[in-house]
Ligand binder design. Structure first.
Ligand SMILES: [Mg+2]
Length: 366
């Protein structure tokens, strides 16, 4: 089998309301955008993948064709050796590898997790928010998720004072598992810069979280390349420290592991590793007792890929993005149907990634 071409589509779906993601400070997000790629083969099998997009996105299908045309998509390792250099001339390569697995799975008639030796046992899902909101609104939101069956929710904080929201949610839901994400690892600084904390300031926040209790992890309290800072914080903090969702590739994840810098490693297959490297990193993490819980907040195709990884490696939580107007329906826009969770989630059962593109939404070739 040979790859014959690459097609890129820009997908943009308006959100019902403006959304204020904690990782793009000050930016009123009005749509869900993705760059969707189809990798075509001479066998008539097409693999799909997607990357997050912003303000109309960047075109790169033409240079990608140079890297991919004529390759056998089953040679995931060989192709990744080439694609690992794509970032020298443009985009990150990791999301493209997902389409190779989609082809391999479709060719074998099996879902990707099965090819990787995983199981379709339900994975615990936590409802993941994206905005910092006032306490009363958050309590209402959490009640809705609890009613749906969720036993864990991730809250966002941008400033130390946002801990008041975490405290209020804890008081209203004494037994709920809470994750807390400060989004200090990276931010898109198109409007404002994110507030950053020194290690001492992050330690002070971690102490408050320990007092609040029932904190599953404290996520991205420091910049994503401050491995030494993460290691110091992890030493000092009583709450588990998490990071790695949007680092610059697998090598940086091994840096976290080598420096004993996190309790929970969270690389997103669509952003940092691809599927094969994610499974490798998960094994290395397990060897030293570090939990592996991928970030999933991109779009339904990225979510599916991460779900196959989780099913393959036995991750103990799945991030389920849900913070209206950023609903599962909104982030599932690139595919037919939508992902759902009620406290657990299972990987798609169809061949490959198990998702089908919503062609009504594709804006045409780029
Ligand atoms: Mg995060």
């Amino acid at each position: 089998m040979q790859i014959t071409g690459v097609t890129q589509h820009h997908v943009s779906q308006p959100l019902e309301d403006s959304f204020g993601p904690n990782w793009i400070p000050g930016y009123p997000q009005g749509s869900h955008e993705a760059e969707v790629f189809e990798i075509e083969t001479d066998a008539g099998i097409t693999g799909v993948t997607a990357s997050p997009s912003f303000a109309g996105g960047l075109d790169y299908a033409t240079p990608l064709s140079l890297f991919l045309q004529g390759e056998d998509p089953h040679d995931v390792e060989g192709i990744m050796r080439k694609l690992e250099t794509v970032d020298l001339i443009g985009p990150r390569p990791w999301h493209l590898e997902l389409a190779l697995w989609d082809i391999v799975g479709k060719d074998a008639g099996k879902p990707v997790y099965e090819l990787l030796g995983g199981s379709d046992d339900p994975i615990r899902a936590y409802a993941s928010t994206g905005e910092v909101q006032p306490a009363d609104e958050r309590i209402e939101y959490v009640q809705e998720r609890v009613d749906e069956g969720f036993e864990a929710v991730k809250l966002r904080i941008a400033e130390r004072s946002d801990l008041d929201v975490v405290r209020a949610v804890r008081e209203a839901f004494p037994d709920l598992t809470l994750m807390v994400d400060a989004n200090k690892g990276w931010a898109v600084r198109v409007m404002e810069e994110e507030t950053q904390w020194s290690v001492a300031e992050a330690e002070a926040v971690a102490r408050e979280l320990a007092d609040i209790g029932g904190i599953e992890w404290f996520e991205e309290p420091l910049p994503r390349h401050d491995y030494a800072g993460y290691a110091r914080l992890r030493d000092a903090a009583e709450v588990p420290i998490a990071g790695g969702e949007f680092n610059g590739g697998p090598q940086e994840l091994y840096e976290f592991l080598g420096r004993d810098a996190v309790d929970v490693l969270q690389p997103d297959a669509a952003l940092v590793t691809g599927i094969k490297r994610a499974v490798e990193v998960a094994g290395a993490a397990r060897n030293q007792g570090v939990r592996f819980v991928p970030h999933t907040w991109t779009n339904a195709i990225g979510f599916a890929a991460n779900l196959h990884v989780m099913a393959a490696v036995g991750a103990d939580w799945c991030e389920f993005p849900h913070d209206p107007p950023w609903t599962p329906e909104a982030w599932s826009a690139p595919i037919h149907g939508e992902f759902a969770a009620d406290g657990t989630v299972t990987p798609p059962q169809g061949p490959g990634l198990g998702v089908e593109l919503n062609r009504d939404l594709l804006e045409g070739d780029r």
